[in-house]
Design a protein around this ligand. Structure first.
Ligand SMILES: [Zn+2]
Length: 203
């Protein structure tokens, strides 16, 4: 159990449970078809635990110890069966972007939740109620191909400007949170708001 060695302080089993819980919820929501979506947790020692490339949320839910990879702050793999997620650069740059301004951000949840994507595509885009959004609000980035430096840079820039939810147009959304489950809840709440806005737009 490789995670236990580096995570003795905060409880490796708890962390695996947290990954499994959030991955199961994302899979059940149908927001991570095939191997879409990825999760990461910034550890107190500066290393990052991230879902492996090509792993499904169902796999993470069933066997997180095998589906997760540990990397250093530069993205070099330290341990794990898989290579890190193809979106790992977006995770790394986003953590770097908020390290000084929001050090409590230690978890990132990326998923392909549909209502936020439809909402982001509307022109004009309806306002979402600011008082119901997380602190820093929601940003929308233009489309960049998955896994690219451009996508990661745009995400980090929006994070540096304070956003807590960042929609990647025609792709998905990433939540910046204290914990993975808090990130999940942020996306669930924003999906509800986006769905209401989309229905109202169609009415
Ligand atoms: Zn994605």
């Amino acid at each position: 159990m490789w995670l236990m060695e580096t995570d003795a302080d905060s409880g490796g089993t708890d962390l695996l449970d947290e990954f499994a819980y959030v991955a199961r919820a994302l899979a059940e929501h149908g927001w991570c078809v095939a191997n879409a979506g990825n999760l990461s947790q910034l550890m107190p020692d500066g290393t990052i635990i991230v879902t492996g490339a090509g792993t499904t949320m169902a796999e993470v839910a069933v066997d997180p110890g095998r589906a997760l990879v540990q990397i250093d702050a530069e993205g070099e793999k330290l341990a794990g069966y898989y290579e890190p997620s193809s979106e790992v650069l977006a995770h790394l740059l986003t953590y770097q972007a908020v390290r000084e301004s929001r050090p409590h951000i230690t978890a990132l949840v990326h998923t392909h939740s549909p209502a936020l994507l439809v909402w982001a595509s509307l022109d004009p885009r309806p306002e979402l109620p600011k008082d119901k959004l997380p602190e820093g609000g929601i940003a929308v980035n233009p489309y960049f191909p998955p896994g690219t430096r451009e996508l990661a840079d745009a995400c980090a820039e929006a994070a540096a400007e304070g956003a807590s939810l960042i929609v990647w147009e025609k792709h998905g959304v990433i939540a910046l949170a204290r914990t993975l489950s808090a990130g999940l809840e942020m996306i669930e709440a924003a999906e509800d708001l986006a769905q209401a806005a989309v229905y109202a737009d169609e009415a």
